[in-house]
Design a protein around this ligand. Structure first.
Ligand SMILES: [Zn+2]
Length: 559
């Protein structure tokens, strides 16, 4: 038990008994959790077994006797029989609408044959009004017995009345049916667009597979989401987040339509988790934010500008200071000019806004730190809580600069384990030593927060904890001892990066991010203990209940 808990018991006793029969009584709690292993996530990672909540806030946390006086006739009591309770998890960088789109579309990931893809689309078409687009993603012909690209005939025969567009697992090819080809006026005479290809059969007819820039011939025809549909998808994604134990998500780059949809959901009272929204720069919402300043609420916050300084390492878009080790003469892309970035940063600081910049390559990190340092007037400004997103390839002197300036490294543990099998090919043996280097950030004294970048990676934060603690992947492509295991975090450090680290980055560490008296009751119940149990159990760990401000927003079917 921590000192605060001891102090609270004394307060409870004083109120409950000190005044005798006529004395003031402590109002009963709305909810009491007991018989649990509660990892409080407080600075010293203390443990408790019971917790009491009133009006959405923790009024007591400690042992069973300490909460007993708070149980009244109207108190809901959860006896957890030794299950584990954690602070609500925070994914500091995800894409909520992207997840909603994935949930709404036909998911053909892992299908064993083209026939299975056709069947999934047919089932969806049967309950979709004729003429409406059917979208999906996930096919990979390498998983099929017949490993050549699919031809549209079977799909067109099964689904003649709806235009269909199903992306390959990597998004670099699109399978469409006859109806979609017709709507796009794609015939044997249509030329391939620059940077794209319309696959054709031996007779010269389009096969229904469009590669890279040719995808736009069809995707340009798909109507944008209407407001109701956008709200539906955001809500479905937020519920999915709650299902995986996330109580707050940083939505890493949105525009006006998504902000409006969030506000509509909030006004209707259907807002299961907390969203810390970031406005994409350039964009109308970002301009408005720069004009008006932060717009903060309890469930929905907007105080951040999100910029993208370079591309990704996999597609060789990450901006490096020297050539890619596997492509001479190539150093990646500068996607937002650094002088403009500095101008935005200066304006943001004047308006009290947070700035978070996507930087993967070492040069993107160096230049963005330069821009931040100038916007800071050369001084450390930890109170601003500005951040670099991903912070993947960072020179050792820049890792120290994160710590010195007070810049948060907002990283994604699963990116390391996904990229691990090939990152050294892109970077070579020297640069890879200061890449995905969380231990080095931590040891340098830099603040950091974790996330997943969903739907690029799975939304499941247990996989992030697993990756951070073990540096191992689920596919088994990395060494059994982990990829660059010297960068592993302890279970406590990993949990803090997914809780208080994220709360700090969202300016919510005073009332969220750990289970302490006075804080809001955002917590989850899980069936494995990530702190005391073996890390190998993390990928199969299930969230049984997710609670936001004392209210259950997700409960598993089987307890
Ligand atoms: Zn992202």
């Amino acid at each position: 038990m921590n000192a605060a808990a001891v102090a609270m018991i004394i307060v409870v006793l004083a109120h409950g008994h000190g005044g005798g029969l006529a004395g003031p009584r402590v109002p009963p709690a709305d909810l009491v959790v007991r018989g649990a292993v509660i990892h409080t996530g407080a600075a010293r990672m203390s443990r408790a077994t019971a917790m009491a909540i009133r009006h959405g806030r923790i009024v007591q946390i400690g042992n069973e006797p300490s909460v007993a006086p708070l149980i009244g006739a109207g108190t809901t009591v959860l006896d957890l029989n030794g299950l584990t309770v954690l602070p609500g998890l925070v994914d500091s960088h995800g894409h909520v609408l992207g997840l909603g789109n994935l949930l709404a579309e036909v998911d053909v990931t892992g299908t064993a044959s083209y026939a299975a893809v056709v069947e999934s689309v047919r089932v969806r078409a049967a309950r979709t009004p004729a003429g409406e687009w059917i979208q999906g993603r996930g096919w990979d012909q390498n998983d099929w017995t017949e490993k050549s690209f699919p031809q549209h005939a079977a799909l067109s025969a099964a689904v003649p009345g709806h235009p269909v567009a199903i992306a390959r697992v990597d998004g670099h090819a699109l399978l469409v049916n006859r109806r979609a080809l017709d709507l796009a006026h794609i015939t044997r005479d249509t030329p391939d667009p620059p940077g794209g290809e319309i696959l054709r059969d031996a007779g010269g007819e389009p096969t229904g597979v469009l590669v890279d820039n040719a995808e736009e011939l069809v995707t340009a025809l798909i109507p944008p989401l209407g407001p109701a549909q956008r709200e539906e998808r955001l809500l479905a994604a937020m519920r999915e987040c709650a299902r995986y134990g996330l109580t707050m998500v940083g939505d890493a780059g949105i525009g006006r339509e998504t902000w409006d949809a969030y506000q509509a959901l909030l006004a209707r009272g259907t807002f299961p988790i907390r969203i810390n929204a970031m406005a994409s720069v350039p964009g109308e919402l970002a301009d408005e934010l720069l004009a008006r300043g932060p717009q903060n609420g309890d469930r929905l916050m907007l105080r951040t500008l999100k910029l993208v300084a370079d591309g990704a390492l996999g597609s060789r878009g990450a901006l490096l200071s020297a050539d890619y080790s596997d492509q001479a003469g190539h150093r990646g892309l500068e996607t937002f000019p650094f002088d403009s970035l500095e101008r935005v940063a200066v304006r943001a600081r004047a308006k009290g806004l947070q700035v978070r910049v996507h930087c993967i390559g070492d040069l993107a990190n160096t230049r963005t730190l330069d821009a931040f340092e100038r916007a800071f007037g050369g001084q450390p400004r930890p109170a601003l809580r500005w951040a670099i997103e991903h912070a993947q390839v960072v020179r050792p002197e820049d890792i120290r600069r994160f710590a010195r300036l007070g810049i948060v490294a907002s990283m994604q543990a699963t990116h390391a384990t996904s990229d691990g099998p090939w990152a050294a090919r892109r970077l070579g043996p020297e640069r890879v030593k200061w890449s995905y280097a969380w231990r080095q950030f931590l040891d340098a004294g830099a603040r950091f927060a974790d996330g997943s970048d969903f739907p690029v990676e799975s939304v499941n934060p247990m996989l992030g904890l697993y990756a951070a603690i073990t540096r191992r992947d689920l596919a088994g492509e990395l060494p059994a001892g982990g990829w660059r295991p010297e960068e592993r975090l302890t279970a406590g450090e990993a949990l803090r990066s997914f809780t208080i680290g994220g709360a700090w980055l969202a300016f919510r560490d005073r009332d969220l991010g750990s289970l302490e008296i006075g804080k809001q009751a955002d917590f989850i119940v899980v069936d494995h203990d990530p702190i005391l149990g073996p890390p190998a159990d993390l990928p199969k760990t299930r969230v049984l209940r997710t609670v936001v401000a004392g209210e259950t927003v997700y409960q598993a079917d089987v307890h």
